[in-house]
Design a protein around this ligand. Structure first.
Ligand SMILES: Cc1cc2nc3c(=O)[nH]c(=O)nc-3n(C[C@H](O)[C@H](O)[C@H](O)COP(=O)(O)OP(=O)(O)OC[C@H]3O[C@@H](n4cnc5c(N)ncnc54)[C@H](O)[C@@H]3O)c2cc1C
Length: 803
């Protein structure tokens, strides 16, 4: 083994092999993969090898498409067959809800260029004669599904990488990792040490253990997974290979394996494997079968596909593989560790391995993943993902793998975990809570405790009239919402303004003022949107998206000067309440001595005040687009602040409102939101944030790319559409049609109660940005007419916020 390498990749499963190949493809030749046993010795070797393009996150779906297309390339380079069988696949719906879900998946596939088709049960039975029609309501056909040989794929990556200059060392275990002062690593193995500039943790089943070598606890857990192979079936003899099938009601997947069928299940009573530590002596081993555990699914499977029941079971495989709490991979650099990268938690290595390798190699070589991979960025998780939290969420995710997640469905596992001091007070007001980064936050308020429950649906739900009442209260009197679930950062030091001006696209506001700003990467794409509140010359209170706290901190720390400024994430030290609506000023004025008139405290002002007895920051902003105030206090004061506002609010018609109403109102105002309208695939001009990019202030990150976007005009435009919806509104990811063609996609949608219209925000080609008519949005399989609005649906001039 060589003693120095630019990169050491730990782990020779399908993911590590893909990373290695992609690094060589990107031009880094001095790369070394270290594998403890033979290649494929983790979960890879006993995988069922199934692959598909459909994924809930369109950006992950794109990387899955890429993976499947890649197999031809690595077969050609390596001469190693991947055993690719593209059979096509069907997803079977047993209920109307599932058929709706498939229609939505098909619609989403449209703008990704996927050729998905909704078919009848009769058509499904023609394509997949093993099914018993009486159990199904319809199906979706996908021509690009199939399976591969896990051994073949891993070795094809590995050989292609070796041809590209990589070295692979087997039967060598990495036992420790020691950082050097310059950011490089000493990789300690049981066969000598390697000095590496970069280390990639692709340890699969042992990724947690490799993480612990550098002091991190990665939120992943392995679950036992079983599939069986039937005896040879006369029904298959002499026939074309059967399609892949997913039967959602049975929670099973099926495909042909030689003369029989392979059937696997994500059972509800899933069992984790090695919950705390993965044994190093686990090799190409299988776990004992437990057919009883999967018996309920098998029973349904044998009823839905009777020939399988008659075929008998030839073989059962029970093997572990890892999941993150949301089931998506963990990819990218780790905040706080130089040159340490992860590519793990990949639960669908044969659909995602190629995309993961591509994104990570670009990130390492070019400094940017080159695609929007927020959905699999390791930085989407933070401190709340303790071992027990991960355990609860992974079990839940596994058991729900084939279940529908409705847009208004909140999942129960690991809750309540984090609560703010007013949690019980909101509970007493019949709040229906949601979970955001493990933190409970009110979504809406029901009139009685009995009604405080979401009835899940793709259509307008039981919450609709109550959310309407909350929006009306904000419109006509005043509403109060907890905003503790925003991210907060304190920036301090003499170089605060200079540094912020460098990392943010807008100028830093004067003391006592607020400025909104996008944050751009070097390619001029949006990687954040913030509210900068200037407390003092050397102190800015920065508000952004809490879910992206680690993501932002990773970026901030990368761009931090040696001295003169510090950034401290302080999300849970400050909790917030916001009041909005025409009576909000009178309400707050009754509690503060400061003059809140527009002359004395205009829109976008920020000041330290005493609210009753409570010291806090008050900003004159609102995400609802009304006259409104955001109040930030340290956690110990939140109850007192809440009580004071509620008591004083009685005579002003105060009503509590929750996240659903806030979302609807910000859409009425065409206000974008991180991870929806603002993502690293859009530029600030495309996103309509041009007024917050200040070219006059001098150099800042992404300036030249943003200037180029401005000159060229950008390819896309964020538009607001008014939709002729029936009983379902857009929720996001629906295709936007124009003149019979799919031209764009929805990023958010909701019913705008203040304006009495169904609304959607979405991106269309810039050439269509001024066209008003001819749009349609596909909502649950139906194309609904939509009209572009020239401005926001609610108070387009912004007068209400300012007066
Ligand atoms: C029963 C079953 C069925 C499955 N079916 C499918 C399917 O149909 N389709 C699909 O896409 N996926 C399927 N999977 C999941 C798939 O197997 C995983 O997504 C994939 O194997 C993950 O690969 P990996 O490289 O991340 O991890 P692993 O395969 O676990 O590889 C990690 C490698 O790292 C090595 N390693 C770890 N630590 C060290 C160290 N310190 N030093 C040196 N080497 C180290 C290990 O020896 C191992 O070889 C299935 C899994 C199972 C168990």
């Amino acid at each position: 083994m060589k003693s120095h390498a630019k990169v050491v990749v730990i782990g020779g499963g399908v993911v590590g092999a893909s990373v290695l190949y992609h690094l060589t493809k990107a031009g880094w030749k001095d790369v070394l993969l270290i594998e403890r046993a033979e290649l494929t010795s983790g979960s890879t070797w006993h995988a069922a090898g199934g692959m598909h393009t459909v994924n809930g996150d369109p950006n992950v779906a794109k990387l899955q498409q890429y993976t499947i297309e890649l197999y031809k390339e690595i077969e050609k380079i390596s001469g190693q067959s991947c055993g690719v069988h593209i059979t096509g696949g069907i997803m079977l719906a047993g209920t109307r809800e599932r058929l709706d879900w498939l229609k939505m998946a098909k619609a989403r596939g449209r703008y990704l260029g996927m050729d998905l088709e909704i078919i009848s049960v009769d058509e499904a039975a023609k394509l997949f004669p093993l099914l018993d029609k009486k159990h199904f309501a319809g199906a979706m056909y996908d021509p690009i599904e199939g399976h591969v040989d896990p051994y073949g794929v891993t070795h094809a990556y590995a050989k292609s990488a070796q041809i590209g200059g990589a070295e692979i060392v087997r039967h060598t275990r990495v036992t420790d990792l020691k950082p050097r002062a310059d950011g490089s690593w000493d990789v300690i193995t049981d066969h000598g040490n390697v000095h590496a500039e970069h280390v990639v943790n692709a340890g699969g089943l042992w990724a947690r253990e490799v993480g612990r070598m550098v002091g991190i606890e990665l939120p992943i857990l392995a679950m036992e997974h079983q599939y069986l192979i039937t005896g040879d079936m006369p029904e298959l003899a002499g026939k074309k290979e059967q399609l892949h099938a997913i039967d959602f009601e049975g929670e099973i997947y099926i495909r042909q394996e030689r003369g029989g069928m392979l059937m696997g299940t994500y059972e509800r009573a899933g069992v984790p494997w090695s919950e705390v530590t993965t044994p190093w002596d686990f090799g190409q081993d299988l776990l004992p079968n437990d057919l009883e555990r999967i018996a309920p699914s098998l029973e349904v499977g044998f009823a839905h596909f009777p020939a399988l029941g008659a075929a008998g079971i030839k073989k059962v495989v029970n093997g572990p593989f890892t999941f993150a709490p949301d089931g998506n991979p963990l990819v990218g650099p780790i905040r706080g560790l130089k040159n340490f990268w992860v590519a793990c938690g990949v639960m669908a290595g044969f659909s995602q391995g190629g995309g993961v390798g591509l994104a990570l190699s670009r990130w390492m070589v070019d400094g940017d993943p080159g695609a929007d991979i927020w959905g699999m960025d390791v930085a989407r998780y933070g401190d709340w993902t303790t071992l027990a939290y991960t355990n609860a969420k992974v079990r839940e995710n596994y058991s729900r793998r084939f279940r529908i997640r409705f847009p208004n469905e909140e999942l129960p596992a690991a809750r309540p975990l984090r609560t703010t001091p007013i949690y019980e007070k909101l509970q007493a007001e019949h709040a229906v809570f949601g979970d955001y980064c493990g933190l409970e936050h009110a979504l809406w308020f029901a009139p009685t405790a009995q009604e405080a429950e979401d009835i899940v649906s793709f259509r307008r739900s039981n919450a609709h009239p109550h959310v309407a009442a909350e929006c009306k209260a904000v419109q006509n009197s005043v509403g109060l919402i907890e905003i503790s679930n925003y991210g907060k950062f304190e920036i301090r030091g003499p170089r605060t303004a200079e540094w912020l001006s460098h990392v943010m696209a807008n100028h830093v506001p004067a003391v006592g003022r607020i400025a909104l700003t996008p944050m751009l990467n070097e390619r001029g794409k949006l990687i954040g949107d913030f509210t900068m509140c200037r407390v003092a010359d050397d102190h800015v209170f920065l508000v952004g998206t809490y879910a992206a706290e680690t993501y932002y901190m990773r970026w901030f720390e990368r761009h931090m000067p040696a001295s003169g400024v510090s950034v401290r994430p302080c999300a849970m030290e400050y909790v917030g309440l916001s009041i909005a609506g025409p009576h909000s000023r009178a309400l707050l004025q009754s509690l503060v001595r400061d003059d809140l008139s527009t002359a004395a405290f205009p829109f976008m002002s920020f000041r330290r005040m005493e609210i009753g007895m409570v010291p806090g920051y008050v900003g004159r902003v609102s995400f609802t687009g009304d006259l409104g105030f955001e109040i930030w206090v340290t956690t110990d004061y939140q109850r007192a602040l809440y009580d004071a506002l509620v008591k004083a609010g009685r005579e002003h018609g105060l009503k509590l409102f929750g996240g659903r109403a806030l979302n609807a109102m910000r859409i009425e105002k065409s206000f974008g939101s991180w991870a929806r309208e603002f993502r690293p695939i859009y530029g600030p001009f495309e996103a309509g944030l041009d007024r917050f990019v200040d070219f006059k202030k001098g150099e800042f990150i992404g300036r030249s790319a943003a200037a180029e976007e401005k000159d060229r005009g950008g390819a896309l435009r964020l538009v607001t559409l008014q939709v002729e919806a029936a009983d379902a509104d857009a929720i996001g990811d629906e295709p936007i049609w124009h003149d019979g063609k799919v031209v764009g996609w929805v990023t958010s949608g909701a019913y705008g109660h203040r304006v009495g219209r169904s609304l959607a925000l979405g991106y269309v080609p810039a050439a269509l940005a001024k066209v008003d008519a001819g749009f349609e949005i596909e909502i649950i399989g139906e194309r609904r007419k939509a009209q572009r609005l020239a401005g926001a649906a609610f108070d387009p001039s912004g007068k209400l916020m300012r007066t």
